[in-house]
Design a protein around this ligand. Structure first.
Ligand SMILES: [Zn+2]
Length: 419
């Protein structure tokens, strides 16, 4: 279904979205750092990221928004005069060789809402805020979501400023040089908005494959990361196969068994072995020590606990089969976040009224919304991603889906303003 009728509906309420300008601005800013055949690279506070942010600042200046930075270098732009705020946010940084849509869609959609409100004769009760979060992806400084975490008080300033990138540059040093640094009094925790909405592309093929216009995440799934270590005996490549205690065989069996388990439980669970280390890692040496990380995600904490037990049991069984000693430890656990039910219902009702087919779902990836949900009523809006491909040059969302996400965002902002 196309969106003309929904656009007319907004017009009759006094809000005129400029779809051409939205798409033009999106295409311009999302192409900064783009290299054909590789993808987008705008690592936090590198030249490309700073260039994209400067373009955003120019746009914000054109609409007369008041712009602040906070202690984490987040950009916070305000229009309107209410005492309380409705905030929209996302991020302009990317992973290396990422897509053009992740993050940028939310920022440019928010910008168009601010612009349309300023140009309209509507007088909202709330002011509107657009937040461009710094270092969301965590590709330059780990962990991800650093900007929102400092602004809402999840991490301390010392922790965030002392993070090192791969060249030994701290977040604090790079922030100082970037010109986006300001003081803690501008942090979002000092003056929390009343609502926070984050529009984003889906990062999985659910909406696209099932033919939905919009996804409404109930929240962000919980996550546990384990580390498994298989210890065998270092030996020469000439040693007899049946006499070896080969740690890499244990590692390989674990990867395959965990995949089988994840496949059987795919509706409620994701398991990823994303890191492998083999020691000593020489072509002619049977490795003594092999390590993997196991990332376990689910919206149900019991499923995470069961998968944890299964992972440990599998590792111990393999240890017995291959005569290896096995060790495991939990690296971290992040409980699931549930978004605000009132706001998610408003998003759902808005979809119905606009004629957009929507689906309630879960976000399997982390977003700044999880930090924002600590200080304000938070929800997200997902638009379909072709084949669900993300963090890749092949990431793609059709223009009509971007526009539907934008229209829905506008409708939701108008409704929240009435509460
Ligand atoms: Zn993102």
């Amino acid at each position: 279904m196309l969106y003309e009728r929904a656009l007319e509906r907004l017009k009759s309420k006094g809000l005129n979205l400029d779809i051409n300008s939205f798409l033009r601005t999106f295409n311009r800013i999302s192409s900064i750092g783009w290299v054909e055949s590789y993808g987008s690279t705008r690592l936090a506070l590198t030249n490309e990221h700073i260039m994209a942010r400067r373009e955003l600042l120019k746009e914000l200046e054109n609409i007369g928004a008041k712009v602040l930075f906070d202690e984490a270098g987040n950009i916070i732009a305000e229009v309107g005069s209410g005492s309380r705020a409705i905030a929209i946010g996302s991020h302009l940084d990317s992973v290396p060789g990422g897509g053009r849509f992740d993050g940028v869609f939310g920022i440019i959609a928010g910008l168009e809402i601010l612009r349309a409100i300023v140009k309209s004769s509507l007088r909202l009760k709330h002011k509107l805020i657009l937040v461009d979060f710094n270092n969301e992806e965590g590709s330059r400084w780990n962990p991800p979501l650093l900007g929102s975490a400092l602004s809402v008080g999840v991490y301390t300033r010392d922790f965030v400023y002392s993070r090192l990138d791969s060249n030994g540059v701290t977040f604090g040093e790079a922030l100082e040089r970037s010109g986006f640094k300001s003081s803690a009094e501008n942090n979002l925790s000092m003056n929390p908005p009343r609502f926070y909405i984050e529009p984003h592309i889906e990062q999985g093929p659910e909406l696209y494959r099932e033919g939905y216009d919009i996804g409404i995440p109930q929240g962000i799934v919980g996550l546990r990361v384990l580390e498994l270590t298989f210890k065998g005996r270092q030996d020469h490549a000439s040693s007899h196969i049946s006499l070896r205690r080969d740690s890499v065989v244990g590692l390989s069996k674990a990867v395959l068994r965990l995949r089988e388990y994840a496949l059987k439980n795919q509706d409620k669970l994701r398991i990823t072995v994303g890191y492998i280390s083999v020691d000593p890692g020489k072509f002619n040496v049977v490795p003594a020590l092999s390590k993997i990380t196991v990332d376990i995600r689910s919206y149900d904490s019991q499923v995470i606990d069961e998968a944890t037990k299964y992972t440990i049991k599998v590792a111990e069984n393999i240890g017995g089969e291959e005569n290896l000693s096995v060790d495991y430890r939990e690296l971290w656990t992040i409980p699931r976040i549930v978004f605000d039910p009132e706001v998610t219902s408003i998003i759902e009702e808005s979809c119905r009224d606009l004629g957009f087919k929507c689906k309630r779902m879960w976000s399997w990836a982390g977003h700044d919304a999880q930090n924002m949900s600590r200080i304000t009523k938070t929800a997200m809006i997902f638009v379909p991603s072709v084949e669900g491909i993300s963090h890749s040059k092949d990431e793609y969302t059709r223009e009509e889906d971007l526009v539907k996400g934008l229209i829905l965002l506008a409708e939701v902002v108008l409704r929240l303003d009435e509460i």
